[in-house]
Design a protein around this ligand. Structure first.
Ligand SMILES: Nc1ncnc2c1ncn2[C@@H]1O[C@H](COP(=O)(O)OP(=O)(O)O)[C@@H](O)[C@H]1O
Ligand SMILES: [Mg+2]
Length: 348
């Protein structure tokens, strides 16, 4: 039996230590790997050796033993120290020996989780950086779009308008009976009209001006109408309240999310109707876009290349909000997003 116990002890890849009144009464060879101490050096000494400070030694033990007063096992993570002074992080699992905690008799396993923790931290850091990068790229892209839209509107729009004025003047100067000239000028006039429309379509596609001047609800209503005109899919919108004052960046975010959901309806849903509700409450903004199409499946939701949906999630995350995408096969898809709002007065 003793041989079996010894092999059990040695088969554990962590440091295993038996304690009585905080003095070490037995150890396995794992202590050498985890702490750099040999068993001979440890027997009879206290676990103070494993802690970085006397304060830690008292505080952590206080926590641990008070848990073990109440329950047979406990686990926690804390900073430790190796014999050579290297700082490590350990995860411990402690079990009291016997039914009750008597003379602080416990067995503790120490696992060195330094590398694991560092890897987790690095992963978290890199995820954070990716998120920052993605938000930064979005914001650059948005500014760029706004700039091009403005230039198209202001510069090109002005030029084409001036051209149109000249054509009208020219037309009035053509003597009666000059049919060929008149036809030419009329053709020019309609080409100029077409150019105006094209320029407008392009800058509105880049960034609709009402987003900056008339606000979110106007932009959403316009986009819904555009969508119906383009696809024939009815798009009912309702707002509560009708007018809402929302941070300009958040306005852009919600608008872009709305556009992505409409693009998805058009591309994937085979729907005949979309209903949109935008509600500004005291402390949050809610957008619900519901279609009556074929419904999104869990698989599609989890696809690694679902960049549209990922973009929605990232945008929502950036504002500290939550989103829910629910698909009922054959019945349609509902996307709900909620974003916390600052108190009135704090929003611009
Ligand atoms: N409204 C919807 N109805 C049905 N399926 C949808 C809907 N929206 C998204 N999907 C499904 O989810 C997938 C992921 O969407 P998304 O991330 O926007 O990527 P993409 O539109 O580029 O395919 C789509 O390929 C589609 O299969
Ligand atoms: Mg998409």
């Amino acid at each position: 039996m003793e041989a079996l116990e010894a092999s059990i002890l040695e088969s554990i890849p962590h440091a295993v230590i038996g304690l009585q009144d905080r003095r070490i009464i037995f150890v396995n060879n794992g202590v050498k790997t985890v702490f750099g101490w040999t068993s001979d050096e440890l027997i009879g000494r206290t676990t103070r050796l494993f802690y970085r400070s006397g304060k830690d030694y008292i505080r952590i033990a206080g926590e641990l033993y008070s848990i073990l007063e109440k329950q047979p096992i406990a686990s926690m993570e804390f900073p430790c120290l190796r014999k050579d002074g290297t700082k490590i992080e350990c995860m411990i699992n402690a079990a009291r020996i016997g039914q009750q905690l008597k003379e602080k008799r416990v067995v503790i396993t120490y696992e060195n989780i330094t590398d694991r923790k560092r890897a987790a931290q690095e992963l978290e850091f890199s995820r954070h950086q990716l998120r920052q990068l993605s938000a930064h790229l979005q914001s650059i892209r948005e500014k760029e779009r706004a700039r091009i839209a403005r230039e198209l509107h202001d510069e090109l729009g002005q030029l084409v308008t001036a051209l149109n004025t000249d054509i009208v003047l020219l037309k009035n100067k053509i003597p009666a009976g000059q049919k060929i000239l008149l036809d030419r000028v009329e053709s020019m006039s309609s080409l100029v009209g077409l150019t105006m429309e094209t320029v407008k379509r392009i800058y509105m596609g880049l960034r609709p001006g009402m987003l900056d001047h008339l606000g979110l609800t106007a932009a959403i209503a316009w986009q819904a109408e555009e969508f119906f005109r383009r696809t024939g899919i009815a798009c009912d919108v309702s707002f509560s309240p009708e007018d809402m004052a929302i941070d300009p960046d958040l306005t852009t975010t919600i608008f872009r999310i709305f556009q992505e959901t409409l693009t998805n309806v058009q591309r994937h849903a085979q729907a005949t109707k979309v209903t949109v509700h935008l509600t500004a409450m005291d402390d949050q903004l809610e957008l619900v876009v519901k279609d009556n199409g074929k419904g999104i499946s869990d698989e599609q939701l989890r696809k690694p290349d679902s960049f549209g949906l990922m973009g929605i999630k990232e945008r929502v995350y950036h504002w500290g909000g939550k989103e829910a995408i629910v698909g009922k096969i054959g019945k349609g898809t509902t996307i709900t997003i909620r974003i916390p709002l600052l108190k009135t007065g704090e929003t611009s």
